[in-house]
Design a binder for this molecule. Structure first.
Ligand code: GDP
Length: 701
């Protein structure tokens, strides 16, 4: 039976690491009746964190989707919760979750407020136009300050944060909230783990603040809704609770207001009220715009409404390996219904695949379902060829949804199997892991024969290697981290390459004249312009020439690093009737690139990271001094809740082990966040060292 889409919520919980997302998810499972005991994160028992090393590290890496039911105002809601990781190395996971979510609960710690990673994720959520609520957790901790966090959301994140609640009691006496919408105070009952609450009169000492912040709320919604504006000026008390909620909902959907809530998940306070507000204020799939895609046959834009009567379309947003059912592919459906046993078309592979089974996921348990309803999220088993970002649709109604962009990896490790047995298993393990994680790349160094694993940061790769050990039982030796350098051309040059070989019998001959230059647009890859006229090179050889350049640019001339982008304008050449063939022209292009790029000002580029350190004031000197020694460029200083925030751009090559060093410098009192920013040219003296090192390694092998 079709579900009422209005009662579906696809939500995510975004948070800086340690803000309490896992604890809260646990509470949600408990309150909604999915799990019967409360698993505590610090005991490593949380249901959502079902991968072994996540339990050990106490952080959540994969965005597993969990489904729960929630009763609100006598209606039964169907809620899919996408777990999004908070660690900076996994921004890509946050990215792809945001793509398929309709709404977000954004967590803050009441003590730490807006942290660097919150800023990154907040901006990503803005980009994807995800409506959100703010939840300020850990209200029981000393130093908790709800209103200050609201202020930070306004000032640091530039959003219209409006408190919907005020905390009753503070720190260890925090016991309830004063709800500004209903103008009622509530205190959670300890006896049943906060399952129920008692309404109390608004405490005397809060009357003044309540008046002030309720007016603030009314003004914010009135500002958004003309009809309420008049009432607001005539008699604010005449605005009903329903009117406030309706206007608030519209403002949230338009991303004009971020309602702020508070609680303490650990002390079982505020999680249920937060869920009630999710049902009340966050969008259902029906509230989202129709999804737009391209028909691959006609290249014309097509749209699909979130309706079961439309043809099916959905996005595969996550591939995971489950110990019991094997490969699971998480799919968000946007239109139509996907039935198990039916066939679905994959627009990337062009294959029709049979859906053998569909599951609704409840943390680490699966519940088999007959069909995936419109707007819902489920896990599908049965795909032979599937990748993250694939569009799945009805074969007769093809559509390609905007795929997800994944950043290129910036760091690599050389890895080698410890024994021959490990060698056999390593290939299988890597193939699986690469399929699950689009930011993980693997390649073989042509000179050394080593396998290089590349990813988004040290932690990312450590976790991958850890998974190889645990899940695939592969023991490996791992080399020192390597920076993913690139090469770029800086000027243009013209070149003629004649490729000739005469070794008895039929010879080889190709002759090409081209201009090699940096690309003028910002795009990556090869821009190939064919200006051959009069058939001086036959048409059939042109693709081989292009292929030759594409292959050649994988190894630049300075130190063998890939050339990210370049332009080739092929304008002259010649051929031989008998000796010329496709391979000759491909080899001419490869050789020609090598020769020409010597004159094209090729230089090495290195990845630069944005570093943000939050430290007690007294360590500002040592921290900035250390960043300077690491070739850091200072980008700004700020203060936040009495701490110093230092922003800098620092080459990745100088940052290995930075987190550990920072701990030493500041006696463990500072925190750092590192995100990839961009590539920059390496200073000349360092470039020489890099070249010498690369050549040195090659010689010693
Ligand atoms: P995550 O990294 O965001 O998933 O955060 P966790 O849920 O793992 O919580 C990090 C730590 O904070 C754990 O030790 C939790 O027990 C603790 N914690 C979570 N919520 C609260 C809270 O409301 N109050 C207090 N005092 N501690 C909390």
């Amino acid at each position: 039976m079709a579900r009422d889409l209005k009662l579906t919520r696809n939500i995510g919980i975004a948070a800086h690491i340690d803000a309490g997302k896992t604890t809260t998810t646990e509470r949600i499972l408990f309150y909604s009746g999915v799990s019967h005991k409360l698993g505590e994160v610090h005991e490593g028992g949380a249901t959502m964190d079902w991968m072994a090393q996540e339990q050990e590290r106490g952080i959540t890496i994969t965005s597993a989707a969990t489904t729960v039911g929630w009763k609100y105002k006598d209606k039964q809601y169907h809620v899919n919760i996408i777990d999004t990781p908070g660690h900076v190395d996994f921004t890509v996971e946050v990215n792809r979750s945001l793509r398929v979510l309709d709404g977000l609960v954004f967590f803050f710690s009441a003590v730490d407020g807006v942290e660097p990673q919150s800023e990154t994720n907040w901006r990503l959520a803005n980009n994807y136009k995800v409506a959100r609520l703010g939840f300020v957790n850990k209200m029981d901790r000393s130093g908790a300050d709800f209103l200050n966090v609201c202020k930070q959301v306004k000032e640091m994140l530039g959003s219209n944060a409006v408190p919907l609640q005020l905390p009753i009691g503070s720190e260890d006496t925090f016991k309830g909230v004063d709800d500004l919408v209903s103008n009622k105070a509530m205190v959670w009952n300890e006896a049943d783990k906060g399952m129920t609450f008692t309404e109390i009169p608004i405490p005397e000492d809060m009357l003044e603040d309540t008046l002030k912040y309720r007016e603030n709320l009314l003004e914010a919604v009135a500002d958004y809704d003309e009809s309420l504006m008049e009432k607001f000026f005539d008699d604010p008390n005449s605005i009903s609770e329903t009117e406030i909620l309706n206007a608030l909902r519209k403002a949230v959907l338009d991303m004009k207001i971020v309602p702020m809530l508070c609680g303490s998940s650990f002390k079982n306070k505020g999680v249920q009220t937060m869920l009630d507000y999710v049902m009340e204020l966050l969008p259902s799939p029906l509230d989202k715009d129709d999804i737009v895609g391209i028909n691959p046959d006609t290249e014309k834009e097509v749209t699909r409404k979130p309706s079961e009567s439309e043809p099916f379309c959905g996005l595969a947003f996550k591939i995971a390996t489950d110990p019991f059912v094997g490969r699971l592919c998480f799919v968000r459906s946007y239109s139509g219904i996907l039935e198990s046993g039916s066939y679905v078309y994959n627009t990337r592979s062009g294959n029709k695949e049979r859906i053998s089974r569909i599951f609704q996921m409840h943390a680490n348990k699966q519940n088999q379902i007959d069909s995936l309803q419109c707007g819902d999220i489920g896990a599908v088993v049965g795909f032979k060829d599937i990748k993250t970002g694939d569009t799945l649709c009805d074969e007769k109604n093809k559509i390609v949804l905007e795929s997800m962009d994944f950043p290129e990896p910036v760091i690599g490790y050389a890895i080698e199997p410890k024994t021959q047995v490990d060698a056999d298993k390593m290939g299988i393990a890597i193939a699986k892991l690469v399929e699950e994680d689009p930011t993980l790349h693997v390649h073989t160094d042509q000179e050394t024969g080593q396998t290089i694993l590349r990813g988004m940061g040290e932690l990312h790769l450590e976790i991958i290697i850890d998974r190889m050990r645990r899940e695939f039982k592969v023991e490996i030796n791992q080399g020192a981290p390597q920076v993913a350098y690139k090469e770029a051309l800086t000027k243009s040059t013209e070149h003629r390459e004649v490729f000739k070989k005469q070794s008895g019998g039929r010879g080889k001959f190709a002759d090409i004249v081209f201009e090699l230059s940096p690309r003028e647009d910002e795009k990556l890859g090869l821009e190939f312009e064919n200006k051959i006229v009069g058939g001086v090179i036959p048409k059939e050889f042109i693709p081989s020439i292009q292929k030759g350049f594409e292959e050649a640019m994988k190894n630049g001339v300075v130190a063998g690093f890939p050339v990210e982008s370049m332009k080739v304008r092929l304008f002259h050449g010649s051929f031989h009737d008998v000796d010329s063939d496709a391979l000759s022209f491909e080899l001419a292009a490869r050789q020609g690139f090598k020769e020409a790029s010597k004159n094209a000002g090729a230089k090495i580029m290195e990845p630069i990271m944005s570093v943000e350190v939050v430290t007690p004031e007294e360590y500002t000197g040592p921290v900035t001094g250390d960043l300077n020694r690491r070739r850091g460029m200072m980008k700004g200083m700020d203060t936040k809740m009495g701490a110093q925030v230092i922003k800098a751009a620092v080459p990745l090559s100088e940052l290995f082990g930075y987190v550990t060093d920072l701990r030493t410098i500041t006696s463990g009192r500072a925190t750092a966040s590192l995100t990839f920013s961009h590539y920059e040219f390496v200073p000349a003296n360092l470039a020489e060292t890099i070249v010498a090192k690369v050549k040195g390694t090659a010689v010693s092998k």
